[in-house]
Design a protein. Structure first.
Length: 293
């Protein structure tokens, strides 16, 4: 894909993540809706028009290019050795988590219980692990994607996943910016496929919003999203399912009792979705001086 296509595609993602329509964008930059649609369709952006569109989304052209660079070159999963080093050191995990979410050292020192000597040690360790690099004026650049995926059975999830799940689901999900939806259901294979694709799309949109909002000057709130979907049946119901009798030793016809069709169908599929605005996870909470931005 050439650079023009990458630039316009990144702009389209930003417009979508911000929840803007072409009509709204057109009013912000002083054009008609038809003109904005034509510019995006033909990818005919002048430098000035590109600056106007970026400004309308509270970002700069430089920040847009950085987003393209990160998505094009950064990895999305750490090596086992990198994960193991982070899992062993909760301070290192906390610092790396904050860097992934767009924090800089000055903000971390102000908001969390770290001192400069400690941050220097943690920074050197992340450089050694090839997870960050140091730029002029002590600026930091990530060498991994902000859309980092922890290994399913890797060191970080083995060390912290149970605690994270327990803390996250402990809440009432009744506050502003919180949502919990849970409903078991009997679904056909086609409906299961459709729902799975929609949940994957929702998860991807969440990651895009998180990456885009690291560039925003507006206050941000630590937020967690849980999306879960698998075959499941409540154990109290499953316990009442009829069991097939053991096969008779003697030859001849064997009477079989069919399982309860409702319970069997429930056992095939259920869906669960939960999203809740939440403070930092436990490794961070132990170092927090006050609530993040």
């Amino acid at each position: 894909m050439d650079e023009t296509h990458q630039l316009v595609d990144a702009l389209k993602r930003c417009v979508k993540v911000r929840g803007l329509t072409y009509r709204t964008l057109a009013s912000r930059i002083g054009l008609s809706e038809a003109s904005v649609k034509r510019i995006f369709a033909h990818r005919s952006f002048t430098v000035r028009r590109l600056e106007q569109v970026c400004k309308a989304m509270d970002m700069s052209v430089t920040e847009l290019i950085r987003m393209i660079d990160r998505s094009a070159s950064a990895v999305s999963m750490l090596s086992v050795e990198q994960e193991a080093a982070i899992a062993r050191d909760t301070a290192l995990l906390s610092y790396f988590y904050l860097l992934l979410n767009g924090w800089v050292d000055s903000q971390i020192l102000c908001e969390y219980e770290f001192d400069e000597a400690q941050l220097e040690r943690l920074r050197d360790r992340l450089i050694e692990l090839e997870l960050i690099e140091l730029l002029p004026r002590r600026r930091i650049r990530l060498r991994v994607s902000r859309r980092l995926v922890w290994r399913p059975d890797g060191p970080v999830r083995r060390a912290h996943e149970r605690q994270v799940h327990t803390e996250f689901l402990r809440g009432a999900f009744s506050g502003r910016g919180e949502f919990l939806g849970w409903q078991p259901a009997e679904l056909t294979e086609s409906s299961i496929g459709v729902l799975k694709r929609k949940l994957e799309h929702l998860y991807d949109e969440f990651l895009q919003m998180a990456e885009f909002d690291t560039l925003s000057t507006q206050p941000r709130h630590s937020t967690a999203l849980l999306v879960a979907f698998r075959p499941w049946v409540f154990s109290l119901v499953a316990a009442r399912q009829r069991r097939r009798p053991a096969r008779a030793a003697s030859p001849g016809p064997v009477s079989r009792v069919s399982p309860n069709p409702t319970v069997a169908a429930m056992d095939r599929e259920a869906s669960c979705f939960a999203a809740r605005s939440k403070g930092t996870a436990s490794p961070l909470a132990s170092t927090a001086r006050r609530s993040p931005r």
